[in-house]
Design a protein around this ligand. Structure first.
Ligand SMILES: [Zn+2]
Length: 319
């Protein structure tokens, strides 16, 4: 049976009811709409099947095709200067971006699993709030990191507008029924100018009930639909589809088949090297290395920002 205790955290003042979006003074129930929330082994579960919204965003025919100029500007590997062991699933350039945040910045991790990034984030002097939909759907060795601070649905974040410095969501978006709604929520809770770091499956197998796997254009459109300024979109480093498909598809004694992925990747790279040789001999530039990687990327990564000036349209919460 769930405990009935009032849990107090230093981010308690940021909480809203996921149903009616009124401020929450305790995590057990909403004084405004009366919704009651479970506490799962000491962790507030600020989720409700009553939460509902209409997903809407502006769209124009100009976005039916991603302009080459936009692709040239955003399809680039973000710079890294991070050394040492990175946490599970962490991209080196995203780690670099996180190390540049001012001390005391609040990072909201969506889909934090076992909370395995908490210690690393705190070592950077960052405040950390980890959310997930469950305490137990990740591997046992990840659960040992303290788990989520609260359970929440990425489509209905129980968090006030404009209060988060950075939203971090790794390997999450492919598991969302409405990636646009979740990205709109990420933008809503971010401070103007706040950073949105994420990645999403591209050429990974269908896994863990995933919904939408995203190509480079898909990621760009998701970020534009949800009103972000895009800094970088790039393939997950070292995680090409030739590796991702067999690694995630073959199990048990068949796991060693994953090595075949390296052969396919080597053949693909050899093909590109040969094509580049021919291009150079004809005085043409080589293929763009990022596009070569993106064509077979296992996942796509992004660094985006909420615009500094607030947008005036209908998706803002009323709380
Ligand atoms: Zn409420």
């Amino acid at each position: 049976m769930a405990e009935r205790v009032c849990v107090s955290h230093d981010w308690n003042h940021l909480l809203i009811c996921p149903v009616c979006r009124a401020s929450l003074s305790v995590t057990e129930s909403c004084a405004h709409c009366g919704e009651r929330f479970e506490i799962v082994e000491g962790t507030p579960r600020l989720m409700s099947e009553r939460a509902a919204t209409t997903v809407s965003f502006p769209f124009s025919s100009a976005r039916s095709v991603v302009p080459d100029e936009l692709k040239r500007r955003v399809l680039n590997y973000a710079p890294t200067n991070t050394t040492g062991q990175l946490p599970y699933h962490m991209d080196a350039a995203q780690a670099t971006a996180l190390t540049k945040l001012p001390t005391g910045s609040l990072v909201l991790e969506i889909g934090c699993g076992g909370g395995q990034n908490r210690t690393w984030m705190k070592s950077l002097g960052l405040n950390y709030l980890g959310t997930d939909v469950s305490k137990t759907r990740v591997y046992a060795h990840l659960q040992a990191h303290g788990g989520p601070d609260m359970l929440a649905d990425a489509h209905f974040l129980p968090i006030k507008n404009d209060c988060i410095d950075c939203v971090y969501a790794a390997a999450v978006n492919e598991h969302l029924a409405s990636p646009v709604q979740a990205a709109l929520e990420a933008r809503r809770v971010l401070k103007p100018g706040g950073m949105y770091l994420g990645n999403c499956s591209f050429m990974e197998p269908w896994h863990d009930e995933s919904f939408f796997h995203m190509s480079p254009n898909g990621v760009i459109e998701l970020l534009l639909a949800s009103g972000f300024d895009i800094d970088f979109v790039y393939p997950g480093r070292g995680w090409h589809g030739f590796k991702a498909l067999p690694r995630m598809a073959f199990m048990g004694p068949m796991r060693s088949f994953a090595v075949l992925g390296n052969l396919f990747n080597a053949a693909y790279k050899a093909q590109v090297a040969f094509a580049n040789m021919r291009r150079r001999s004809k005085g043409r530039p080589p293929h763009n290395p990022l596009l070569v990687d993106a064509k077979v990327a296992g996942a796509m990564t992004w660094i985006a920002r909420k615009p500094a000036a607030p947008l005036t349209r209908g998706n803002e919460a009323s709380a």
